[in-house]
Ligand binder design. Structure first.
Ligand code: GLV
Ligand code: GLV
Length: 321
């Protein structure tokens, strides 16, 4: 009998077809709505493999419904949506998709940095609103990027890819992470800094760390107080790493200059969220890895991870070993 798998969203058809060769596949057939929890709960008791996205919360309660589940394949590099400990206790392997999205996400991070620094979305809206009366010396002036100081919090694959982009802009590059990365320091001329030092010195503070209980709200009120009043915060990792209320206060009080956010504590972010009322906040709907090629690759890697576990092989990217 073929193993049963459930895919929690409409993913590219070639990948579904590939999975169907060796699995009994069912799919939540919607592109733009996540699977309701009760539907997923019901599926959990029937399936051997789950292909899910970061929009699904796989907690202990939902895992308790699983009776023969062997693998949860998350189509993302981050896996904070899954209770890893609870999955491990049940002997369920959890896999993710690192590597393939590194450069794409670093591109978006740098694009957001530039957009925020040079007020690009605001300037575009200004023109379309008919406010462009004349060229004016200080109109829509922003912050320089070239030769400024960037502080990267979390020097994993994506953090390092961001550093390579920053090097091309002749930036002074600081980083803070749990472990020093001597090779990257040497190759890219990075400087290790304490979190406090990084916050004090950086023109751009970029959050590039995974979201865990340790990094929950790791940037909050006291950290904004250390930052320059011309500083820009960029977050393309996970919303909960930054305390959003404190960020709103810091921006409103002019403690920092602007923020570029691709992620929010609650996604989709509510349209009446205070951060959305500020002109110096650039907001994106979690599109870090959203290039056509990369999203295809992520789906392929997720499908490969899933199949390998079901075939009794070692998947390429296991989170809980
Ligand atoms: C996207 O945020 C991911 O974790 O892949
Ligand atoms: C601006 O467009 C300039 O020519 O300085």
């Amino acid at each position: 009998m073929m193993p049963k798998i459930y895919i929690t969203r409409k993913i590219p058809v070639p990948i579904i077809k590939h999975l169907e060769k060796s699995c009994d596949v069912s799919v939540w057939e919607h592109e733009d709505t996540p699977v309701p929890r009760d539907v997923l709960e019901e599926k959990m008791g029937e399936i051997d493999g789950l292909f899910c996205l970061l929009t699904e919360t796989i907690d202990e309660e939902i895992l308790s419904k699983a009776t023969k589940l062997k693998v949860i394949s998350n189509m993302a590099v981050g896996y904070n949506n899954i209770d890893i400990e609870a999955a491990s206790k049940k002997g369920i392997m959890v896999t993710n998709t690192p590597g393939v999205l590194t450069e794409t996400t670093a591109d978006l991070t740098f694009a957001l940095l530039m957009t925020t620094a040079r007020r690009i979305t605001e300037a575009s809206a200004f023109l379309r609103a008919g406010q462009w009366q004349t060229w004016s010396p200080m109109q829509l002036t922003g912050q320089d990027i070239y030769q400024s100081t960037i502080g990267i919090i979390g020097l994993g694959r994506i953090g390092e890819a961001l550093a390579r982009r920053a090097k091309g802009f002749n930036m002074n590059i600081l980083y803070h992470s749990r472990n020093r990365k001597l090779q990257a320091e040497e190759e890219l001329g990075l400087h290790f800094a304490s979190l406090e030092d990084l916050l004090r010195k950086s023109d751009f503070v970029c959050i590039m760390t995974p979201y865990t209980t340790d990094t929950h709200n790791m940037i909050r009120k006291e950290h904004f107080q250390l930052m320059k009043d011309s500083a820009i915060l960029i977050n393309t990792a996970r919303g909960g790493i930054v305390n959003e209320n404190d960020l709103y206060q810091a921006l409103s009080l002019g403690q920092i200059w602007a923020a570029g956010l691709d992620v929010f504590e609650q996604e989709p972010v509510s349209l009446d969220h205070p951060l959305l009322t500020l002109p110096n906040v650039v907001t994106l709907p979690h599109i870090g890895s959203a290039s056509i090629v990369t999203r295809m690759k992520m789906a392929e890697v997720a499908s490969d991870n899933l199949l390998r576990v079901l075939n009794g092989e070692i998947p390429r990217h296991v989170v809980n070993v």
